[in-house]
Design a protein around this ligand. Structure first.
Ligand SMILES: Nc1ncnc2c1ncn2[C@@H]1O[C@H](COP(=O)(O)OP(=O)(O)O)[C@@H](O)[C@H]1O
Ligand SMILES: [Mg+2]
Length: 239
């Protein structure tokens, strides 16, 4: 990692705390989570249902605010900024892959991938289209770019969602059980695609997974319990 000395982490979170719910049902969901994602690293979050995995991802992805703590993306503090700036930052710096893909079903695969680019507003229509097709080729769907997404299989739709997450070349990829509803072939395919992008382009990926085979292939595995990371292990990268 010497080559990257001096680069800020893609993401750095310190002592994040979050309470959710009202009054007597108020829960201390995150109780001081600290986590650093360096460029080129793939991280798994594992832990029982309800331990706070999704709540953590929402905060790291600027979809929710913590009650305390500190968060930097690409070396820049992001918690004190106003909502409009936060949503622009999210669109530019973060790619989010959910368990369910949330594609617009009547839109073609390419049109879905162009949505975040349109919001960013840096490319012309032709450039956006060209980039969308390129990203779809990367996920093995070049030939299906013009198909309405409802005519694609579940695995294909999830790959479109990944191409969409990569649309603006984000620094951080966050994925909440991205392979949860896929068969093992598609699950492997989606995972290798994400890790390839991260390792080749010095991004960082944090994914929640219940699949031990996937966790084993990540560089780091963080175990969560009751709103805390209780254990972190490093896996040697193979190949
Ligand atoms: N909007 C909310 N209001 C109240 N409690 C919530 C809310 N969202 C999540 N929780 C609670 O916070 C805890 C952590 O939830 P979550 O982050 O979804 O866990 P995980 O993703 O690990 O299953 C759970 O006890 C859940 O019921
Ligand atoms: Mg969850």
């Amino acid at each position: 990692m010497d080559l990257l000395a001096g680069h800020p982490p893609c993401l750095s979170a310190r002592t994040l705390e979050r309470y959710l719910g009202e009054e007597e049902s108020r829960i201390h969901v995150l109780r001081g989570v600290t986590l650093t994602l360096d460029p080129g690293s793939v991280h798994a979050i594992v832990g029982p249902s309800g331990c706070g995995k999704s709540s953590l991802l929402y905060i790291l992805g600027l979809l929710d605010n913590p009650d305390a703590g500190h968060l930097e993306i690409g070396g820049v503090p992001v918690l004190s900024i106003d909502d409009n700036v936060a949503s622009a930052k999210r669109n530019e710096m973060i790619g989010f892959v959910f368990q369910f893909h949330f594609l617009l079903e009547d839109f073609t695969a390419a049109e879905n991938v162009m949505i975040p680019m349109r919001r960013l507003g840096k490319l012309t229509e032709a450039e956006m289209e060209e980039r969308a097709v390129l990203l779809l080729e990367e996920v093995g769907l070049g030939a299906k770019a013009k198909r309405p997404s409802r005519h694609l299989s579940g695995g294909e739709q999830q790959r479109v969602a990944i191409a969409r997450a990569l649309a603006n070349d984000p620094l951080v990829l966050l994925a909440d059980e991205p392979t949860g509803n896929l068969d093992s072939l598609n699950s492997d395919r989606v995972f290798s695609l994400l890790t390839r992008v991260v390792h080749n382009r010095n991004k960082a990926l944090l994914l929640v997974t219940h699949n031990p085979e996937i966790a084993e292939k990540c560089d780091w595995v963080h175990e969560m319990k009751d709103g805390l990371i209780v254990n972190t292990t490093r896996n040697e990268r193979k190949g």
